[in-house]
Design a protein around this ligand. Structure first.
Ligand SMILES: [Zn+2]
Length: 75
């Protein structure tokens, strides 16, 4: 798995969309790649901020799109 795939998997992980196999692969990559680990932490902080903002309401679908686009820009 390359870093780009990992960035996408991190988002899927946060939205609870990963299979066990994908989780293991993600974990293995994060153990070796400091950059992706930092990315995961940044996204987790962002998501916890959003949870406060929306007070446990489901994340709006277009927000997910926006986060994907933002990440794509950073790469
Ligand atoms: Zn990586």
């Amino acid at each position: 798995m390359n870093c780009l795939e990992v960035r996408i998997k991190i988002l899927q992980f946060l939205f609870g969309e990963l299979t066990i196999v994908e989780l293991v692969e993600l974990h293995e990559h994060l153990a070796e790649c400091a950059e992706c680990k930092v990315e995961l932490e940044a996204v987790e902080i962002l998501m916890s901020g959003l949870n406060c903002l929306y007070d446990c309401e489901p994340v709006p679908p277009d927000l997910k799109e926006k986060i994907y686009l933002k990440l794509a820009e950073d790469l």
